[in-house]
Ligand binder design. Structure first.
Ligand SMILES: Cc1cc2nc3c(=O)[nH]c(=O)nc-3n(C[C@H](O)[C@H](O)[C@H](O)COP(=O)(O)OP(=O)(O)OC[C@H]3O[C@@H](n4cnc5c(N)ncnc54)[C@H](O)[C@@H]3O)c2cc1C
Length: 487
């Protein structure tokens, strides 16, 4: 097991307590029940590896390291694992994702990972529809006929839009696109009218003030990812989820890890890392307990990694601090009735306070909510945006007033309950030349690594990319030479 020390690494009080706990099955002081359970099955393994962050990246990295035979400990600052993919109780006994999630038919790495966990059969794909709210009206854009009937664009614009999407979906050389802004590239391919009517509002909705900085590679990859959701033969849009949302996947992953000897400390925030004798890494946590590992990998957002060590080189620290993020404020509403037939409604009208409308019930099994509807209203904002400081009541009032204008039939009695979630670091802003800005997984501190969503290039943040990065990170951490030299 990983050595755990008291306030100073050389004090071993907690360590003894834990060893006794493992040997006897008793409770070690200050440890939660599921931590205890996993301690009992710990066996001696190859390396003791600490993973900071229990979001999907941390859990999947732990999974791959565990499969390679290493002894893994996860430190998660919240009381529950899952990070952005975690769930909350929306009605007594009814849990669903804090932020809406779907799995796409093209999420090959994620689907393979779920297959390894034995969950393939539990992900059900359904036909979904996409809408646009433009010029004060809802439009369906799910079939070619609906697309051709879409009034806000002329026939010529529509033909150019369709041809442009097809062309974009076939492009393979993204390096070239990375040198161009999304704006210049979109105008070049789709024309100015399509840009102003469709793309510019969509970019504003997704990226706010960062929309003019984003590279063409980012929007190209988004087009490719969603174009792929339309099945080749039927051209139907398909999206999937487990019957109880992402919590189903996270619970299985949690149980798998515990069963296979990984320890998960919930409520443990990693505050600092320090190198011991140039080899091992001590992680200091908020609870006054330090953990010592052969190797450590941080899977948290880049700004939190920058604060962990004073031993980074200036160049590396600059790279960490040079990654800008967008955060999110997201209102979840449980409504008495459905308001759209769409999973996503893209909003192209100016002046709406939220940047998208997602009716999750249109991808969930119908029986779960029995006619009620689960709607998410996200707003992407920079972490320093004053919007984050608004009270729940202010945000709710602003969002509901706009929603009621969009849907005049909706009234207060239709709103059964609501939740508001805020996260500061969600989407790294993929600017011009982003691939050159990405920090390496190997940090300048020997045996300390990082793997996070800032390493996703040419794609929005999604769990398919997370699994890809987690697997790569586990290979690097497990295979680099330093540890074997030490032995
Ligand atoms: C609105 C929204 C919609 C989305 N929709 C989809 C979708 O449909 N499909 C899809 O594939 N993906 C979707 N995603 C993306 C998906 O949620 C992310 O890809 C994924 O959750 C990222 O996981 P992560 O582990 O990298 O980061 P996070 O989930 O941010 O996890 C980081 C973890 O580290 C913990 N932590 C932070 N600091 C410390 C510290 N110092 N010590 C210990 N722990 C710490 C945090 O508490 C957190 O649990 C969506 C995201 C959002 C916000």
């Amino acid at each position: 097991m990983a050595w755990i020390f008291g306030h100073r690494p050389e004090r071993q009080g907690h360590n003894r307590a834990l060893i006794v706990a493992v040997a006897t099955g008793c409770e070690a002081p200050g440890l939660k029940a599921n931590n205890q359970k996993s301690l009992r099955v710990i066996k001696r393994k190859e390396m003791k590896i600490g993973v900071i962050g229990g979001g999907l990246m941390g859990l999947a990295t732990a999974y791959y390291l565990n499969k390679k035979g290493h002894e893994v400990t996860i430190l998660e600052k919240e009381k529950e694992i899952g990070g952005l993919s975690s769930s909350e109780e929306i009605l007594p006994g009814f849990y669903w994702d804090r932020f809406y999630h779907v799995i796409l038919t093209t999420d090959n790495q994620l689907l393979e990972f779920l297959g390894e966990l034995g969950l393939s059969e539990d992900i059900r794909f359904r036909e979904t529809k996409t809408g646009f709210y433009t010029d004060g009206q809802l439009h369906s854009m799910s079939t070619t006929i609906e697309f051709l009937q879409f009034k806000p664009l002329s026939l010529i614009d529509k033909l150019r839009l369709g041809a442009g999407i097809l062309y974009a979906s076939k492009i393979k050389n993204w390096k070239r696109l990375e040198k161009n802004t999304a704006k210049a590239w979109l105008i070049g391919i789709f024309g100015r009218r399509n840009y102003e009517k469709m793309w510019e509002p969509l970019l504003r909705a997704k990226l706010g003030a960062a929309k003019d900085k984003i590279s063409a590679a980012f929007i190209w990859s988004t087009i490719r990812r969603y174009y792929g959701t339309r099945q080749k033969s039927s051209k139907k849009e398909m999206m999937g989820c487990a019957d109880s949302g992402y919590s189903f996947i996270l619970n299985h992953l949690n149980d798998y890890l515990l069963r296979h000897g990984t320890t998960i400390f919930k409520g443990y925030c990693a505050n600092r890392i320090e190198q011991i004798n140039g080899k091992r890494i001590a992680v200091k946590s908020n609870k006054g307990i330090s953990f010592v590992f052969d190797r450590v990998i941080a899977t948290t957002p880049t700004p939190t990694i920058s604060n962990l060590s004073s031993d980074f080189t200036d160049e590396f620290r600059f790279k960490l601090e040079n990654i800008k993020y967008l955060g999110i404020v997201c209102v979840t509403l449980l409504l008495k009735k459905s308001i759209t037939p769409f999973y996503v409604t893209n909003l192209t009208d100016n002046g709406l306070p939220f940047t998208g409308l997602i009716e999750a019930t249109n991808v969930m099994p119908k029986k779960i909510l029995n006619g009620k509807s689960l709607v998410y209203l996200p707003k992407y904002v920079a972490p320093e945006d004053p919007f984050f400081k608004k009270t729940d009541q202010e945000i709710l009032h602003e969002f509901l007033s706009a929603l009621k204008k969009m849907f005049p039939d909706l009234n207060d009695e239709d709103i059964l309950t609501y939740k508001i979630n805020r996260e500061s670091y969600v989407q790294p802003v993929q600017e011009i030349g982003y691939s050159e800005k990405i920090p390496s997984m190997q940090t300048p501190v020997n045996n300390f690594y990082m793997a996070n969503t800032a390493m996703i290039q040419n794609s929005n943040v999604n769990n398919n990319e997370v699994i890809k990065i987690a697997r790569k990170a586990a290979d690097l951490v497990a295979n680099s030479d330093e540890f074997s030299n030490r032995r």
